[in-house]
Design a protein around this ligand. Structure first.
Ligand SMILES: Nc1nc2c(c(=O)[nH]1)N[C@H]1C(S)=C(S)[C@@H](COP(=O)(O)O)O[C@H]1N2
Ligand SMILES: [Mo]
Length: 316
């Protein structure tokens, strides 16, 4: 039986948060909380980011939200980035990462392995803005305007061979700049991966910016992944290499604790983490709890990707 489910863009207009409401909420929140200072200024704020002129990119209206956008000051001060510390306040530490020059290697099962400078890549990719929800496996969530390009555009650019089944993402490795990478317990560098079918789905996105500007370092500049139907740990930051392979990549958290963090990691409120429930999530801006949605609300786009894979641990 075919059940027609409403897509994200079919949400009635009155349920979307208009920009003005967002802006006034932000002012209120800012006034109420006493904003945290800018700290170390990232490259874009100093006007030194060579990609600054590419922003803001045109918003793709297909991707709408069912909740208010998270104010910039909140999203910028609640981040997960173990390379720079295990708390959520990593902005200052992450600002030390030099994001220029930055080379991205595209290798493995491709017609011709190559290395591309981030600014060359940015000019070759169709930049757009998308409003996406983000759901961390630790049961917090936000909703932000990412700028970036469809993952499919990079797949086409890389020209994979027909035998390639997965993309493997690798984060930079530099202990001198990232104190967390000296911790021997962890299998650095951070690695993540998706299937080719997932990567070429409409929702899979590479992020280069946020809030209409190049992304500050704590968000994973200059290149990170956004897979909004999966738990946040799948969205690797500061990527230096994308490898096309026929072997399923073993991701960072899977190596650390496979019983808790698997390859698929699709959001599902009915499948608890071994140590906590996933039924609800906490909004990082308001502290409000709301019910978690299957595939983080993106089921109409992605549920079909998993047909025939029911025996896999799709939700861990
Ligand atoms: N390289 C790297 N990527 C990472 C992480 C990390 O520690 N290192 N944390 C992940 C987790 S658990 C989450 S929830 C998101 C957080 O993204 P945000 O800080 O932009 O909200 O980044 C993901 N990507
Ligand atoms: Mo997370």
């Amino acid at each position: 039986m075919h059940i027609r489910i409403k897509r994200g863009w079919e949400i009635p207009e009155h349920q979307a948060t208009p920009e003005q409401v967002f802006l006034s909420r932000r002012t209120l929140l800012g006034a109420g909380l006493g904003l945290i200072g800018a700290g170390t200024l990232p490259a874009h704020a100093q006007g030194t980011d060579p990609s600054a002129a590419l922003y803001p990119a045109k918003r793709n209206p297909a991707f709408t939200l069912d909740r208010p956008m998270t104010p910039e000051d909140k999203a910028s001060t609640v981040n997960n980035y173990y390379e720079f510390g295990t708390n959520y306040d990593v902005g200052r530490a992450a600002a030390k990462l030099k994001t220029r020059p930055w080379t991205v290697t595209l290798d493995g099962m491709v017609e011709q392995p190559r290395q591309v400078d981030i600014d060359t890549l940015l000019k070759a990719m169709p930049l757009e803005e998308r409003l996406y929800r983000h759901r961390c496996v630790e049961a917090w969530s936000m909703a932000v305007p990412w700028t970036g390009f469809p993952m499919k555009a990079l797949v086409d650019y890389a020209r994979p061979l027909s035998g390639a089944k997965y993309l493997r993402f690798e984060t930079f490795l530099d202990k001198a700049v990232a104190p967390g990478q000296s911790g021997r317990f962890y299998p650095w560098p951070y690695v993540e991966g998706v299937t080719m079918a997932e990567a070429t789905n409409d929702l899979a996105f590479f992020v280069t910016g946020i809030y209409g500007k190049p992304a500050p370092n704590q968000f994973g500049a200059p290149l990170r992944v956004a897979l909004p139907w999966k738990y946040g740990f799948k969205s690797a930051k500061a990527i230096v290499k994308v490898t096309f392979t026929d072997q399923r990549p073993k991701s960072f958290w899977e190596v650390v604790q496979a019983s808790e963090y698997g390859f698929w990691a699709n959001v599902n409120p009915q499948v608890p983490h071994p140590r906590w429930s996933q039924a609800t999530e906490k909004d990082i801006a308001t502290g409000e709890r709301r019910p978690t949605l299957i595939y983080n609300g993106y089921g109409p786009y992605v549920a079909g990707l998993y047909a025939g894979l029911e025996k896999e641990r799709l939700f861990t």
